[in-house]
Design a protein around this ligand. Structure first.
Ligand code: S3P
Length: 426
């Protein structure tokens, strides 16, 4: 598909529900007593994988409409082992969180994924769950996984890498374990699981650098509204920040401070950022975010900041290309084990468009020029975040971008191109 350059992006939009929270709402809803009504569900290939997974485990899910679901929970221990494997597709969050629930069920469960997911590290989840008393077999550290529960006991666990997925798996398993399970984080990561469990009535304590959970008797969520996905808003906000004359407002978007590092960074670079109507949606901070273009300057992102914008670092690279001076990202080695090696992908694809960017072991360096990139071809490598990066790069370029594999956006944001078109037409 071709993405043509645009003079500016202007308008007001809303984005689909947060993907991280949508996965969690369905997974936790599945082990609640009674029905959970989920509104603002972010429907995408990834979250469809989660719906299929809980259905395979015996949970009835009624699709009321595209973004409203009724999840008929089977209680904490009521999931049923399917005859075959559970296919997690491309969804890392599903494959890493689900074992935390399966270890509390009777039976043996096999989890498989697509080629990309099958190349991602899984020992990081298997190892702590084994310490709790579960049996988890990986395939040389990767999927397919085989999960079997047992008598679980609580652990105190210091995460070797900052990962919300691993933290969440341990906390979910902690619901079934004797004693108090504590996860200590090297850096604070998204706390959607903690917030949701708290809302469901589980005994959870949240702290700046750790979370504790104890055995739960029953969970119940009732009605849950999911805010817009900040990571889906991010490409629109970066388009607004980098294309002169642009102003974009994204309404009703999640603004959990552990997710919005990109806003702080854009502001530091000189973008004009404003947040209106701050409110809570489904127990999460939310609001309307407006970004206006202005001249940007380069900046350094340190390891401590990385978890707050881990999925937005590819877009940061593009903003840095448009900023005056040098930008650096450090301590982001985790990017190498995302859906693709995102350090290699971002650097190689942006270079082909004329960017001055080079990879380091744990990040990248950019020499920014306050002008449009030339444009050219972007191969998205099957990675939804690279597809959105390539699209914004095309809009802010001189010649446009030929986007190879654009359909990868379906993984997290099926209406992405239609929404972009709305902003151009405005
Ligand atoms: C996610 C956590 C992050 C993030 C991913 C979603 C989650 O992964 O990159 O897109 O929903 O918990 P890690 O836990 O591997 O850092």
């Amino acid at each position: 598909m071709r993405v043509e350059p645009v003079p500016a992006v202007v308008g007001h939009v809303a984005v689909p529900g947060d993907k991280s929270i949508s996965h969690r709402a369905v997974l936790v809803g599945a082990i609640c007593d009674g029905e959970t009504v989920v509104r603002g569900f972010g429907r995408s290939a990834d979250t469809e994988s989660t719906l299929e997974a809980v259905r395979a485990l015996g949970v009835e899910v009624v699709d009321e409409d595209v973004d409203t679901l009724r999840v008929r929970g089977r209680g904490l221990r009521g999931l049923v082992a399917p005859a075959g494997a559970i296919d997690c597709g491309n969804a890392g969050t599903l494959m890493r969180l689900l074992p935390g629930i399966l270890v509390g069920q009777d039976g043996r469960f096999e989890l498989t994924g697509d080629e990309s997911l099958s190349s991602r590290p899984m020992e990081r989840v298997a190892e702590p769950l084994r310490r709790m008393g579960a049996t988890i077999d990986t395939t040389d550290g990767h999927a397919p996984l085989v999960v079997e529960g047992g008598e679980l006991h609580a652990i105190d666990y210091e995460l070797p890498v900052a990962s919300a997925q691993v933290k969440s798996a341990i906390l979910l398993a902690g619901l079934y374990a004797e004693g108090e399970t504590t996860v200590v984080e090297p850096l604070p990561t998204r706390d959607h699981t903690e917030r949701l469990l708290e809302r469901a009535g589980a005994p959870v304590r949240r702290r700046p650098n750790s979370a504790t959970v104890s055995r739960a008797e029953r969970l119940s969520l009732g009605e849950l509204e999911i805010p817009g996905d900040f990571s889906s808003a991010a490409p629109l906000l970066v388009a607004a920040a980098t294309i002169p004359g642009s102003t974009v407002t994204v309404h009703g978007v999640g603004l959990n401070p552990r997710r919005t590092g990109l806003l702080d960074v854009l502001e530091r670079m000189g973008a004009r950022v404003a947040v209106y109507n701050r409110r809570a949606i489904g127990g999460e901070p939310a609001g309307d975010v407006e970004v206006r273009a202005s001249e940007l300057v380069g900046t350094t992102i340190t390891a401590g900041e990385v978890p707050g914008l881990v999925d937005e670092l590819p877009l940061f690279a593009l903003a840095a290309c448009h900023a005056r001076g040098d930008s650096v990202v450090r301590g982001a080695g985790e990017l190498r084990v995302k859906e693709t090696d995102r350090i290699e992908g971002v650097v190689e694809e942006l270079r082909r468009l004329g960017a001055h960017i080079r990879a380091t072991d744990d990040g990248f360096r950019v020499r920014g020029v306050p002008a449009r990139l030339r444009g050219g071809v972007v191969d998205v490598r099957g990675d939804h975040r690279l597809a959105m990066l390539g699209a914004v790069a095309g809009m802010s370029s001189i010649e446009g971008v030929e986007l190879r594999g654009a359909e990868a956006v379906e993984v997290s944001f099926p209406g992405f191109f239609e929404l972009l078109a709305q902003l151009e037409a405005a």
